[in-house]
Every structure is written in structure tokens, then in C-alpha cells.
Write a new protein. Structure first.
Length: 347
């Protein structure tokens, strides 16, 4: 059997229940950007719908339209990477919620001929500078938005932002800006139905940040934050495992059919062990299309080795911490060329 990425949908469902419990009374928004964090968009969205998820964060309009086709007409799908008038038109046509953090998009929307009003979530820049309307320009953006609402071109559904989650002090300052921006919107005669500021970490740890919606990506897939609480502490579990197969055994070691072109960073070589039928063995080399392990007695072609993830010796974040990055990066690097195999409880 060749290398595969195994995804346990039952574990995913348990994480969704844990997320719902942790962020209540806010509603969780499942973030499914980058092919659902490389776990496979279609199967993830379908199972999430079966588990009662009604809000999806899809990042861009193309992904949002794909989620709409999978999830059906009743799902709410929020996108926030919008390139201009064409994206706006496509987003409105797909009945998406549009996160607008650029005043130019308000002008594009004013000129757009559409058969329904755009559902707008206006983004205030609270200091992270990951797009968003600057506070000193916020009043002007509100006036433009009010004109769009009055003309029937838009409905203001939400006020939102990102925070750094780097320190409580920075996040508190960001929240103060966010709340002031929402108050200004209400003073301008706009009454957004939804507020959303927190993602996974703040949504779990800081109740005052939850507002109406919490955008949860990594935790839904069982990926804990680098340098933060463990999966056990968070009550989540990894849902995927990268499994490789022994191809050859020689004097150089035990060769597996996965390498850097499949997403395993070369910089991890000689830095972690994997479990084998002969006990823990060091990953000695990571090449383009193979990984070489230290040998063990009776190693044979066909042996399956869990590289990282569910049931493996290391999680995605364990590996990420070895090379000063985050668990999402390790997960997102898993190549789409590797088959996704969907299991229940690892079977």
C-alpha cells in the first residue's frame, strides 16, 4: 500500500461537539480554507453539515461557491478574500456572506448591478493590519455602507476583525477598537446582526471575545497551537494521520514512500522519531520522494509507519515546534497527490 493521509471523520465530529461546547453561547463558524486544512473539502463539509454546522468560513469566493454546492442553500458561508467587482458579483450569485475590509470594494459594490443585495460584514482594522478599514477612515466607510443599504444594494450583516492572539494586552486593545467601531456603526443607523472577532485560541480561552460567531479552524481538525495548551487540555484530538509504507530495506536504512514533495519538510530530518515494529526509530533523512529511517530487525517492504498525526508518536504541532512554525503549516503541506482515506475511529 502506498502513502496515504487518513482522516477520521468520527474524531472530527467529536471535535466539532467540543468546539460548540467551548464557544457557547456563540455559534461556531467552521473554517474550511485550503481544502479544509488539506483534509478534503467535500467530505469535511458534508460531515460538518450532518453534525449541525451551519456557518462556514471559506476564505475566498471560489471555495465559498464550492461549499455552497456541497452544503446546500441553508448554510451560511463567509468569505473574506475578495479581489474586486468580479468576486463581488460571484459571491452575491452564490449567496455568500462577504467580508469587506477595503473601501474600494464598497465603491465596486455601488457600481455593481446585482439581482439581490450583498450580505456585507464590514471589517475594522484593530491593529493586525491583515486588511481591514483603518479606524480614522471608519466613519467614511460607514457612510458609504449606509448609502448601499439605503439603495437596496447591501444588508449590513456583521462587524468583524482579526486579532493577533500574541498577548492578552494586544488583544484587549484590539477588542476595545472593535467595540468602539461597532458602537459607531450603530450610531450611524446601522445595526449589524452579527459580531465576530475571535478565532480558535481566543474563542476557547476568553469568553468576552466570543461575541455572536467564533471562527474556528485549526482546533476543529485537532491541531493545537504551537507553544500553547495540549490537545488533552483543549479537549480536542488530531483527526488525520500521514501514513507511509516501507519500499526497500538496505544498508542505508529503511526507505519509506513519502518525502518533501509530499509535504514533509526536509528540515525535520534527524530531529524526530517514529514508531516502527522494532520500536522508535529516528528519521535520518528526508529526500524529495522518500524518507529514510534508522534500521530495525525484520523490517520489510509493506510495513506501514505513522509519520505524524492521529495515533502517531508526534502531532503536526509537535513537528512544527521543532522547526519554529505552527501545526497548520505542517498539515497544509500534505500534498493533494496523496490519497485521502476516510475512516471511522481509525479503522
Amino acid at each position: 500500500m502506498s502513502a496515504v493521509y487518513r482522516v477520521d471523520l468520527d474524531a472530527f465530529a467529536r471535535n466539532l461537539r467540543r468546539v460548540r461546547e467551548a464557544v457557547a453561547p456563540a455559534v461556531p463558524m467552521l473554517v474550511v480554507k485550503d481544502d479544509a486544512y488539506a483534509h478534503g473539502l467535500e467530505r469535511i463539509v458534508r460531515r460538518a453539515g450532518e453534525e449541525g454546522v451551519r456557518w462556514f468560513g471559506a476564505f475566498d469566493v471560489v471555495t465559498g461557491a464550492a461549499v455552497r454546492a456541497i452544503a446546500g442553500p441553508d448554510a451560511r458561508i463567509f468569505v473574506w478574500l475578495i479581489g474586486g467587482a468580479d468576486d463581488l458579483a460571484a459571491g452575491i450569485a452564490a449567496d455568500l456572506d462577504l467580508g469587506l475590509g477595503d473601501e474600494a470594494l464598497l465603491d465596486d459594490l455601488a457600481r455593481l448591478a446585482a439581482d439581490r443585495p450583498a450580505r456585507v460584514h464590514l471589517k475594522i482594522d484593530t491593529g493586525l493590519h491583515r486588511n481591514g478599514i483603518r479606524p480614522e477612515r471608519w466613519q467614511g466607510a460607514l457612510a458609504r455602507t449606509a448609502a448601499l443599504v439605503d439603495s437596496g444594494r447591501a444588508v449590513l450583516e456583521g462587524i468583524w476583525s482579526h486579532i493577533s492572539e500574541a498577548s492578552d494586552t494586544d488583544d484587549d486593545d484590539a477588542r476595545a477598537l472593535f467595540l468602539a467601531a461597532r458602537d459607531q456603526a450603530r450610531s450611524a443607523g446601522l445595526d449589524p446582526r452579527f459580531s465576530h472577532l475571535a478565532a480558535s485560541a481566543a474563542g476557547f480561552a476568553r469568553g468576552e471575545f466570543r461575541e455572536d460567531l467564533v471562527r474556528v479552524g485549526a482546533f476543529s481538525y485537532g491541531i493545537r497551537p504551537a507553544g500553547g495548551p495540549s490537545e488533552t487540555d483543549l479537549g480536542i484530538e488530531p483527526i488525520a494521520r500521514l501514513t507511509a509504507t516501507v519500499t526497500t530495506v538496505d544498508t542505508a536504512g529503511v526507505h519509506l514512500d513519502v518525502g518533501s514533495l509530499h509535504g514533509l519538510p526536509c528540515t525535520l530530518a534527524a530531529r524526530f522519531d517514529v514508531d516502527t515494529p522494532g520500536g522508535p526509530r529516528r528519521v535520518e533523512a528526508i529526500r524529495a520522494t522518500e524518507t529514510v529511517l534508522a534500521p530495525w530487525d525484520d523490517a520489510a517492504p509493506g510495513d506501514e509507519i505513522a509519520i505524524f498525526g492521529r495515533g502517531a508518536r508526534s502531532s503536526a504541532t509537535d513537528l512544527a515546534e521543532l522547526i519554529d512554525t505552527i501545526g497548520e503549516e505542517i498539515a497544509l503541506r500534505v500534498s493533494p497527490s496523496l490519497p485521502r482515506v476516510y475512516d471511522a475511529d481509525g479503522r
